[in-house]
Design a protein around this ligand. Structure first.
Ligand code: SAM
Length: 242
C-alpha cells in the first residue's frame, strides 16, 4: 500500500495516544492485503480504494481506543464483525486485551481465522454463530467489559444482540452514523429493558479531522439483562423491542 496512506493511519494513531511501531503498521498492511485477496472469492467489503479503506475501515475502527473507560476494559466482543471491523484494527493496537470476534457467516469466520494466525494475534478468538445464541450461553452472557458493533442493525435490535454480553458497569459501544438522534430516541425503551443506559462521551476529535461520518454511542450496563433476552435467533430483527 502507498506509504502516504499508512502515514495517515500513523498520524491518527498518534492522535489517539497509541504508540506506533513498524510492526503495527506492517500488521495493518498485511491485513489490508489479505482482505483484498479474499475479497476476490468472498464478499468482504465494497471499499477497495486505498485511502478510503484506511479512513473508513482502519481509522474509523480504532476510534474507540480513545474511550475514557478503556483502561478498565479487559475483555471485548465484536458482534457481527464481518471482515473484522472494528475488532481486528483495535486488537492490533490493544495487544493487552482479550478479543472475541463473532459473525453468523462461516466464510467470514474462516477468513478471520487466517488473519489471526498470520498476524499472530494470540489474544483474539473468532466464533461462528448468532448473537442471540451466544448471548444465552453461560460462558459468554454478561462476561464482557465491552461489546462493540458496527453496521449490523438499528440500535434497538442491536441492543438486544449486544447488551446480554456486557457485565454490570461494562459498556456497549455502537458505531453509528452522525445523524442518529431519532434512532437513539426509538431505542431508549429497548436499552432500558435490557439493562442499559445511554451515556454521553465527548466528541471524538478524529471524526472531524478525517471527515468520518461515524460516531460511537456508548451505553453502560446498569442492571442485569432479564433472562428472556435475547429472544430466539431472528426474533429481535423481526419484532424489535419498542
Ligand atoms: N462490522 C463489519 C463492518 O462494519 O464492516 C461488518 C458489517 S456487515 C454489514 C454485518 C455483519 O453482521 C455480517 O457479516 C453478518 O453476517 C453479521 N450479522 C448480522 N446479524 C448477526 C447476528 N444476529 N449475529 C451474528 N452476526 C450477525
Amino acid at each position: 500500500m502507498n506509504s502516504g496512506h499508512m502515514d495517515l493511519l500513523s498520524n491518527a494513531l498518534l492522535k489517539l495516544n497509541i504508540s506506533v511501531t513498524p510492526q503495527i503498521i506492517e500488521k495493518f498492511s498485511v491485513y489490508r492485503a489479505m482482505v483484498m485477496e479474499w475479497n476476490k472469492k468472498i464478499n468482504l467489503t465494497s471499499i477497495t480504494d486505498d485511502k478510503e479503506f484506511v479512513l473508513k475501515h482502519f481509522i474509523d475502527s480504532v476510534m474507540c481506543a480513545s474511550f475514557s473507560g478503556m483502561n478498565d476494559i479487559n475483555k471485548i466482543i465484536d458482534v457481527g464483525t464481518g471482515a473484522g471491523f472494528p475488532g481486528i484494527p483495535l486488537s492490533i493496537i490493544l495487544e493487552n486485551k482479550e478479543f472475541i470476534l463473532l459473525d453468523a457467516l462461516n466464510k467470514r469466520v474462516q477468513f478471520l481465522s487466517e488473519v489471526i494466525h498470520k498476524l499472530e494475534l494470540n489474544h483474539v478468538k473468532v466464533f461462528h454463530g448468532r448473537a442471540e445464541d451466544l448471548g444465552n450461553d453461560k460462558d459468554h452472557r454478561e462476561k464482557y467489559d465491552l461489546c462493540l458493533s458496527r453496521a449490523v442493525a438499528k440500535l434497538n435490535v442491536l441492543s438486544e444482540y449486544c447488551l446480554p454480553f456486557v457485565k454490570i458497569n461494562g459498556y456497549f459501544a455502537a458505531y453509528k452514523s452522525r445523524s442518529i438522534e431519532s434512532e437513539i430516541k426509538d431505542s431508549l425503551k429497548a436499552v432500558e429493558l435490557l439493562g442499559g443506559a445511554v451515556v454521553k462521551e465527548k466528541d471524538i476529535p478524529l471524526s472531524d479531522e478525517f471527515q468520518l461520518e461515524h460516531q460511537i454511542i456508548y451505553i453502560q450496563k446498569v442492571k442485569h439483562t432479564p433472562q428472556k433476552y435475547p429472544r430466539k435467533a431472528g426474533k429481535p430483527l423481526k419484532n424489535p423491542l419498542k
